[in-house]
Design a protein around this ligand. Structure first.
Ligand code: FAD
Length: 286
């Protein structure tokens, strides 16, 4: 199918893009890599009257270290650039590990970090990874710039805390604590498919194998990416023994309310989440 007709703008600066968003309000949508939006338009699941193409705004792309030591990734940075970034590999290995699990190289060549996060698909890898990394999202809008915690950004299926006229400009990943360990695992029917369940773990261990901090992000288990809060609290300060890991995985799975769809039942997803959380924690502890 072809999309419904729309007006097309290609601003050259962030200010110009924000003016267009303000002018056209809810009729307008930003176009990033187009890998989710264009198929949705072709199926007429999305019918924006106005498309604001962000691809000419060079200031929105790039990966850099901030003065505070965070890794800042511009919203229009291609997923492939993140996958190949030495800085991401060194300073955000959890994100680096997750990148090849997103779709296929052709899609990552066009798809952007900001597009995936703003799209807020609960089955996508990046939102769950950003929860586990305790990232902050930088937005720009009519009342200036805001910094929003990842845990406050995802508000429902394909819904975010972005307000009318606002767009995502960057994501900032805080400095990695010394001794941090990162593990990303997922199970999909075929490599490149959306995962049935995925798990992102970032934790620190002291010499006595005691867990100093622990964050567990889950994908494909609810309406939004999920932080396994009860399991995280249970493990923080605890020794990462086999029993502690199995107990935390069981607690996390018990708290989930995953969907049933044609790929997996809710019961299977809960089981898979318990197995994958246990696997990820054991790898992190190894
Ligand atoms: C066959 C196929 C398989 C895929 N498999 C996976 C997968 O396994 N895992 C996965 O995570 N993804 C998958 N994707 C989606 C892919 O990762 C997309 O690239 C991503 O979801 C959207 O990024 P984009 O840059 O293409 O955004 P677009 O499609 O251009 O935009 C997506 C949405 O975000 C909005 N938006 C974009 N940028 C901004 C911004 N800066 N500020 C505010 N709003 C913005 C748009 O208005 C639109 O609503 C798949 C896609 C395809 C086609």
């Amino acid at each position: 199918m072809k999309p419904a007709s729309f007006a097309y703008y290609r601003p050259g600066s962030l200010d110009e893009a924000l003016s267009l968003l303000a002018e056209h309000g809810p009729d307008a949508k930003c176009l990033a890599g187009g890998q989710s939006l264009v198929p949705a338009m072709n199926f007429r699941l999305a019918r924006p009257a106005v498309l604001i193409d962000l691809n000419r705004i060079g200031s929105l792309a790039g990966i850099e270290q901030t003065a505070g030591g965070s890794v800042r990734i511009g919203a229009m940075t291609r997923q492939r650039a993140v996958e190949r970034s030495a800085m991401v590999a060194e300073r955000a290995p959890l994100l680096y590990q997750a990148m090849p699990w997103i779709a296929h190289p052709q899609i990552r060549n066009r798809g952007t970090i900001g597009g995936s996060l703003a799209h807020a698909d609960p089955a996508a890898e990046l939102p769950a990874v950003m929860l586990a990394l305790d990232a902050r999202f930088v937005t720009a809008g009519p009342s200036g710039s805001r910094s929003v915690h990842a845990r406050e950004f995802f508000t429902g299926i394909l819904t975010t805390a972005l307000e009318e006229g606002e767009m995502l400009t960057a994501v900032e990943i805080p400095p990695r604590p010394a001794g941090a360990r990162s593990v990303f695992v997922e199970v999909a029917r075929r490599h490149g498919d959306y995962a049935m369940v995925g798990v992102a773990v970032e934790l620190t261990l002291d010499d006595g194998r005691r867990c100093g901090s622990c964050r567990i992000g889950l994908l494909s288990v609810g309406d939004t990416p999920v932080l396994a809060g009860a399991a995280m609290r249970e493990l923080t300060g605890a020794e990462l023994t086999r029993d502690a890991i199995d107990g935390a995985a069981a607690v996390a799975a018990r708290d989930l309310d995953p969907p049933t769809d044609l790929h997996a039942s809710a019961e299977y997803r809960r089981h898979l989440a318990r197995v994958l959380i246990g696997r990820a924690l054991r790898r992190a502890a190894a």
